[in-house]
Design a protein around this ligand. Structure first.
Ligand code: SF4
Length: 316
């Protein structure tokens, strides 16, 4: 990183608009759903309260993107945004939590660990602007789940097809290591996102052990029966989960924006009626890709399997 810099405005590489770092809400950053009126979570209790509201994905994304519940991570993400890495010193840094991104009715859900300090924390979009993203989006494109083979900046025209990507922890952590309490605090956002997208999701791809554990914990809280002890993570590991049983309530009115696609069945209270497949995949971190622990072929095998299971009729 360079010496501590100022928060003076710099030009976004796609839009040409100027932003300070971190980026204030509602100032025109591509994909920013927050505004000056968006509520800000300042504690774990706030996260649970705001994540538990009845709202849609846009409202959830907005609230996530302003969260300040983990003081250590807030300090780190904003410090990185102000100081920057030398190679990006002319760019504004988002410096805020990274919401989920992609389809609002996904069939495939990809769960990562956390944003990269100079990737998502800079670009404001998950797996965007770093080497891990190059690997992931290359595989998604080859499997027919992304429009473009790379993801450089928010607003670059990239589009996910029937797919959504989320991080288990939404802020960039020092050394890519969130603490257990930070993981648990951020789990409120993950749970809320799962509640909104699970009615259509058929496959979840977990990138790495951290995402695997966080996802299975979240699915258990959502109502899926997750085997105990928790299934072991590995590259290509697969767990098939039966759909949750309906709660002992009746008369719930399904949300209009969670309407099923043609041919899909959705339980009246909004939980999926179909089984869910959870796949394990080594994280496309440089630590794994540089050492050959994860090859492009290995990544293609898991992402391709997710595409076949999640979008069996899609043209690839
Ligand atoms: Fe909020 Fe999650 Fe970031 Fe913690 S890690 S500040 S809970 S968005």
């Amino acid at each position: 990183m360079t010496e501590p810099g100022s928060s003076s405005s710099l030009t976004h590489p796609v839009t040409g608009l100027a932003f300070p770092s971190p980026v204030p809400p509602g100032t025109g950053w591509p994909g920013d759903r927050a505004s000056a009126d968006t509520p800000v979570a300042a504690s774990a209790v706030d996260v649970r309260r705001l994540a538990g509201r009845d709202g849609d994905l846009a409202e959830l994304d907005a609230a996530v993107s302003l969260c300040r519940a983990c003081p250590r991570l807030v300090d780190w993400r904003e410090k990185v945004a102000r100081q920057k890495r030398l190679s990006f010193v002319e760019e504004p840094y988002w410096g805020r939590p990274i919401p989920g991104w992609g389809s609002t009715h996904p069939r495939v859900l990809v769960v990562g660990l956390a944003p990269a300090a100079h990737g998502g924390n800079r670009t404001g979009r998950i797996f965007t602007g770093d080497r891990s993203g190059d690997w992931l989006f290359g595989a998604l494109k080859r499997a027919g789940l992304a429009q473009l083979p790379g993801s450089e900046h928010a607003g670059d025209g990239q589009r996910l097809l029937g797919t959504r990507i989320v991080a288990a922890v939404r802020c960039a952590p020092p050394d890519n290591r969130p603490s257990p309490s930070e993981r648990d605090t951020c789990a409120g956002w993950l749970d809320a996102e799962l509640r909104l997208v699970l009615p259509t999701v058929r496959v979840v791809v977990c990138l790495g052990l951290f995402a695997w554990d966080a996802t299975l914990r979240a699915l258990a809280r959502t109502g899926f029966v997750v085997p105990r002890p928790r299934p072991t993570f590995g590259h290509g590991a697969r767990v098939d989960l039966a759909p949750p049983r309906p709660p002992p309530t009746s008369g719930h009115v399904p949300r209009a924006d969670l309407a099923p696609r043609a041919g899909e069945t959705v339980r009246p209270y909004g939980l999926p009626a179909d089984p869910l497949v959870v796949l394990g995949c080594y994280h496309p971190s440089q630590q794994n890709t540089f050492t050959g622990r994860l090859t492009a072929r290995m990544l293609d095998q898991v992402v391709g399997e997710a595409a076949r299971l999640g979008l069996p009729g899609a043209t690839r």
